[in-house]
Design a binder for this molecule. Structure first.
Ligand SMILES: C[S@@+](CC[C@H](N)C(=O)[O-])C[C@H]1O[C@@H](n2cnc3c(N)ncnc32)[C@H](O)[C@@H]1O
Length: 354
């Protein structure tokens, strides 16, 4: 943890500022170990473990805990996903890292935040940015190019993976913390921009997450959201059928399933024009990708909600959030969701308080 983050933190239980207890072990500006204590209630204490403040510990239960376990495993196993510098020459190997290259993260960040749709290819994101559900930190790294400082939050062990990636890659302006986006340990109105990529569907409480993300924003600041959308009736039925089985598999079973599905998709994709056509139709009935990580990511977490335009609009309305730009203008009266549903594509929005 870097010392600059301290004034922005608050106790997620008491809402009071946090102070560093006397037991801190430092290395320059970095605090490697120690304890954060609520200035109002000394019983509220949070350890700093391996340089990462941990507001979660073993607090989560049930489906939420299972979901976080899966992501802890995923990002520990795929710590370099989105950070890979070179595409392999071999076709099969190239398909296995599709969307895992650094250059993919660069493009995906702008696209998934809706910034690209707003015409911002070199956005100025401001002094403080928060990545809500950072995984291994691949998109925090992108945000860190366009902002002074980034706080990267994840409730799973991924927070430690992100911390290690920042350290290894010398990204000095991003700081990882382990906390829930449903109860952010961040003071009200201090953040210039916040984004959340692929997380809303996994928290089990989309409105709660958006409320927290809005709470920490400065007045008039912007927020980006990328989340799963509902697919066609067939797609949803197939997805429910498969996930009912995969989410209760053993860890080995989940891995085997993901590996085999990805390999089957690569086999098809290598079959030239015919294969690409098959792939296009296949994608209409279920989520299929050529990479092991994406198949593990889709089929393993216990919680994976799909949002409809009406559900999203209701959330946005409740928080006075207006869509500035994005992949689907669900707010426009003539918006027709049929095409998006056929491909079950995700939503990407850039939002602001109206
Ligand atoms: C699909 S991953 C996306 C990670 C990252 N945004 C990316 O796109 O690479 C979803 C992430 O959300 C995190 N997550 C799920 N529920 C969370 C919660 N309540 N608070 C914080 N993070 C959460 C998971 O641990 C996981 O790392």
């Amino acid at each position: 943890m870097q010392e600059w983050i301290l004034p922005y933190l608050q106790c997620p239980r008491s809402g009071a500022p946090l102070a560093l207890a006397g037991d801190a072990r430092r290395e320059g500006d970095h605090i490697l170990a120690g304890t954060l204590v609520s200035t109002r209630d000394p019983a509220c204490r949070y350890p700093i473990v391996d340089g990462v403040p941990d507001f979660i510990g073993d607090m989560e239960r049930g489906a939420r805990a299972a979901t976080l376990d899966t992501f802890g495993t995923e990002w520990s196993s795929f710590s370099g996903w989105g950070w890979i510098d070179q595409a392999p020459d071999d076709k099969d190997a190239e398909l296995q890292v599709r969307s895992g290259l650094s250059s993919d993260s660069e493009k995906d960040f702008l696209m998934k935040t809706g910034l690209l749709a707003a015409g911002e290819t070199k956005p100025r994101l401001g002094a403080l940015v928060l990545d809500a559900g950072c995984g291994n930190g691949r998109f925090s790294r992108e945000a860190a190019r366009y902002a002074d400082r980034v706080i990267s939050v994840d409730a799973s062990a991924a927070a430690f993976v992100a911390h290690e990636n920042f350290r290894r890659k010398g990204i000095g302006n991003a700081c990882a913390i382990r906390a829930s986006v449903l109860s952010l340990p961040i003071r009200d109105g201090v953040v210039d921009y916040t984004f959340s990529i692929g997380v809303l569907q996994h928290t089990g409480d989309g409105p709660g997450q958006l409320r927290e993300m809005s709470r920490i924003l400065k007045p008039g600041a912007r927020l980006s959201l990328n989340c799963y959308g509902t697919g066609s009736a067939v797609y949803e039925a197939v997805d429910t059928f498969i996930r009912r089985r995969t989410t209760v598999m053993s860890e080995d079973g989940k891995r085997r399933f993901a590996r085999r599905l990805a390999a089957a998709n690569r086999f098809v994709l290598k079959a030239g024009a015919v294969g690409r056509k098959v792939d296009r139709y296949w994608r209409r009935v279920m989520c299929i990708r050529p990479t092991y990580v994406q198949m593990y990511d889709w089929y393993s977490p216990a919680i994976a909600d799909h949002y409809s335009p009406d559900q999203l609009l209701a959330m946005f309305r409740q928080l006075d959030l207006k869509i500035l730009a994005g992949s689907h203008r669900i707010d426009l009266p003539d918006y027709d969701d049929r095409r998006r549903r056929r491909g079950a594509s995700s939503y990407c929005f850039l939002l602001a308080r109206s």
